[in-house]
Write a protein that binds this ligand. Structure first.
Ligand SMILES: Nc1ncnc2c1ncn2[C@@H]1O[C@H](COP(=O)(O)OP(=O)(O)O)[C@@H](O)[C@H]1O
Ligand SMILES: [Mg+2]
Length: 280
């Protein structure tokens, strides 16, 4: 309980910083007309989106829609062919990924990518390598142990011995250890049981609420993402075809049919994938 009061401090500090600089923009991240390709394959086209400071935004899309490509373009792993990426009003398009991390943007990649031969604790400390405030890093180590007690229990064990769900917890926690302003989360639910997915999403929301960290979450699991996020974008074949507050998106028939599976169930379940997509 007291933890809440402690961890809410950075959020108000961030808000104060915004007021101090008189930042005109509410957006911590802004993509404008971004196009990224792999050789001849244009994976994303004309993608424009924003993450409002202190909010969770989500990009929903099925396999191959271009979700991972968006995140890799933001964090500098892929250089876009067109368009721009702004972080805190600063142009970070095609900059060095290590530089982008130091600006306060952490990427939790698809498939977690923890260091399997390092201990859980050393994985977490790797996340804090850019930080100068050792006290803050020590505090955040306790914070992530509170979010995910299993990581404390397994602190001395090699990360490669963790289950998939625990590795996802570790990957998210390693991002927190960098004390970022914005976290990019690539399909945290992938391959996890519904129970573990729910647990992880609850913590994602707590990280946002308690620490004031902005989050861009890309997911195929629209059900979980729409409940966790404030604003959502629907991505199809590399283009954004719909955007709205998650409260509105949750009520859209198209979303229910294609992503939430509420309309067609049972033996007719596969029909929703065949229906011609007519986005409204
Ligand atoms: N390394 C790559 N080389 C060639 N094509 C790729 C590569 N990575 C992704 N793609 C293609 O780009 C498109 C978008 O992929 P991706 O961003 O991984 O989608 P998502 O994360 O939504 O599943 C897909 O058509 C995929 O086949
Ligand atoms: Mg992906």
């Amino acid at each position: 309980m007291s933890a809440d009061t402690v961890t809410s401090a950075p959020a108000s500090a961030a808000a104060a910083a915004v007021a101090d600089t008189g930042a005109a923009s509410q957006a911590v991240l802004r993509l404008a007309n971004v196009e990224s390709a792999y050789g001849p394959i244009r994976a994303i086209r004309g993608v424009s989106l924003e993450v409002i400071r202190g909010q969770i935004a989500t990009v929903l899309g099925s396999n191959g829609a271009g979700k991972t490509t968006i995140l890799k373009t933001i964090s500098g792993i892929i250089d876009p062919r067109r368009g721009s990426v702004e972080f805190n009003g600063q142009d970070i398009t095609a900059q060095d990924p290590a530089h982008i991390v130091r600006l306060g943007l952490s990427h939790v990649p698809e498939g977690r990518e923890v260091f399997p031969l390092l201990s859980v604790r050393d994985n977490l400390l790797m996340g804090a390598y850019t930080r100068k405030d050792r006290d803050g890093a020590a505090r955040d180590l306790e914070t992530v142990y509170r979010y995910f007690p299993i990581l404390k229990e397994r602190a001395a064990q090699n990360a490669g011995l963790l289950s998939g769900g625990q590795q996802q917890m570790l990957a998210i926690s390693r991002a927190i250890m960098a004390a970022p302003e914005l976290i990019l989360l690539d399909e945290p639910s992938l391959g996890l049981s519904p129970r573990l997915t729910k647990e992880i999403f609850e913590i994602v929301v707590r990280i946002n609420r308690e620490r004031g960290t902005s989050i861009l979450l890309v997911e195929q699991n629209a059900n979980m993402a729409l409940n966790a996020a404030d604003f959502g974008y629907v991505l199809e074949n590399g283009r954004i075809v719909m955007q709205d507050s998650c409260a509105v998106l949750r009520e859209k028939d198209d979303i229910k049919e294609f992503y939430l599976g509420m309309k067609e169930t049972g033996v007719r379940g596969e029909r929703r994938w065949k229906k011609k997509k007519t986005w409204r």
